[in-house]
Design a protein around this ligand. Structure first.
Ligand code: ATP
Length: 457
């Protein structure tokens, strides 16, 4: 089944996953708000990532650094003056494009990311690439568009200092490298993970929540000995892909795209994107870059602080190399929703919408229904309160059981527990499975353990 973005975004809005931002004022271009179900799914995705890449790793610790940073950070990292996208306008219809995307959309076999302006101009000219919006060939020259969001620090306009909203969470980790290493007494190789918002003034945001100007990143900077970086690069490629598969993305919907050596960023000696097959085709979900010692070296030069690490065994001092797996939370959200959405034919006349989400990340993991509301409500509430201590739960007493099941199927609730006469008489409940639609009878005393096992990640 091919699922288009229109269907998915309408579904996401109707069910309370994602709303248009500032909707009552006509919206604000490409901003989105995560609704009651969206925030649960988002939090659960963060929890899954944190569990896998921090909690279960002996040598990874976490960080939550500030969004606003001393602007010297961005001079050192190369973002000021260097973080821009190639912008090209169609003079005929006034639409705006990223030149590299224009080329790649015209011919998917060309990798335009990383090309020089001259190379891109030449390609557009030679192939007379038409404007995707109006079909004409009448462009402005390519110019670089700064992606950094600026703001002011301080109260008086004339004394205010220009600062930036961070375009990535990574630099918060690099500037704290010494603090973290000292206080956690971590030995290289070790990693630092961070989840947080980043901001980029993108030229062409779009595809629902795929490309936005405000987004959340799940980033890990893994510090290792120079020379060992390729081994860790391979490890993280594998571990990252496995994480996605374990979350429920099918392997055939994932692909690893290595950046050709001649197109690598100046700081990188290897980069791979894990791409997911979104509604419009394969596109970047997770960037994994081997960043050498570029960032630590730059911060050492700009701050005059020693950023090196001393090996406790050999006493050798060096700047560690870094592997950076960087995942966009909103893109992960979109991929997971896209993968989970199914319209299933149950008979010739009957269909159901079902979100086949992994039980660990489903917005609600368990729903509790009283079979007859007046008769079974008290027992249902008692059980709901007990389950709520361990799981994300919801309650529904409106309408017949069949309709209530369908409502839970559509929002991905993997288990429904129904309280009926047998519960009152024999302390058992009916447990219904979302995917198989099978029902089993369970003693209440076994319910917690059962659900606990089934919802683990
Ligand atoms: P793209 O080529 O799509 O612009 P990028 O290569 O610039 O992305 P990175 O700088 O590697 O992206 O950022 C790491 C991850 O952060 C990306 O793989 C993506 O998941 C996420 N990300 C980057 N930009 C955005 C954005 N504008 N909106 C949502 N997520 C983003």
């Amino acid at each position: 089944m091919s699922l288009n973005m229109e269907t998915l975004s309408t579904f996401a809005k109707t069910q309370g996953f994602v709303y248009q931002g500032s909707e009552i004022y006509g919206g604000l271009a490409n901003t989105w708000d995560y609704g009651p179900l969206g925030v649960e799914l988002k939090n659960a995705l963060k929890a899954a990532w944190w569990q896998r890449f921090v909690q279960e790793q002996r040598n990874v610790v976490g960080l939550d650094s500030a969004i606003l940073m001393n602007p010297k950070t961005w001079e050192a990292s190369g973002h000021i003056g260097g973080f821009s996208d190639p912008l090209i306008d169609c003079k005929a219809c006034k639409s705006r494009h990223r030149a590299d995307h224009l080329i790649e959309r015209f011919d998917a076999s060309i990798q335009a990311d990383g090309m020089s302006e001259a190379q891109m101009s030449e390609l557009i000219q030679t192939h007379r690439i038409p404007c995707p919006k109006c079909g004409k060939f009448d462009y402005t020259p390519i110019r670089q568009f700064d992606l950094m969001f600026k703001t002011q620090l301080g109260v008086l306009d004339d004394k205010a200092q220009t600062i930036y909203l961070r375009p990535e969470t990574a630099q918060g980790i690099f500037v704290n490298f010494k603090n973290i290493q000292r206080t956690s007494r971590m030995k290289v190789p070790f990693g630092v993970a961070q989840i947080g918002k980043s901001f980029r003034n993108e030229i062409t945001p779009g595809n629902f929540i795929f490309r936005t100007r405000e987004f959340e990143q799940l980033e890990l900077e893994f510090f290792c000995e120079p020379g060992s970086e390729m081994q860790w690069f391979d490890y993280f490629k594998q571990a990252s892909k496995q994480f996605l598969i374990d979350l429920g993305l099918r392997e055939e919907h994932l692909s690893l795209a290595d950046h050709p050596v001649e197109k690598l960023s100046h700081y990188s000696n290897a980069t791979t994107d894990i791409e997911y097959q979104f509604a419009w085709g394969f596109d970047e979900l997770w960037g994994i870059a081997s960043r050498t010692d570029y960032d630590l070296k730059q911060h050492q030069a700009f701050s005059q602080e020693d950023m090196s690490y001393q090996d406790p065994q050999t006493n050798e001092k060096y700047l560690p190399y870094v592997i950076e797996p960087s995942l966009g939370l909103d893109r992960l959200f979109l991929a997971v929703l896209h993968e989970a959405y199914h319209e299933e034919a149950l008979s010739e006349v009957d269909t159901r919408t079902v979100l086949k989400l992994h039980p660990f990340i489903a917005p609600y993991q368990v729903a509790v229904f009283p079979l007859v509301k007046k008769k079974h409500r008290d027992e249902a509430f008692t059980l709901l309160d007990q389950l709520a201590k361990r799981f994300r739960v919801t309650y529904d007493e409106a309408g017949n059981i069949g309709r209530r099941y369908r409502r839970q199927d559509a929002i991905g609730t993997p288990f429904v527990v129904t309280i009926d006469d047998q519960t009152l008489e024999q302390q058992t409940v009916t447990l219904r499975d979302r995917d198989s639609m099978d029902q089993i009878t369970l003693p209440i005393t076994e319910l917690m353990t059962y659900l606990d096992q089934k919802t683990r990640f």
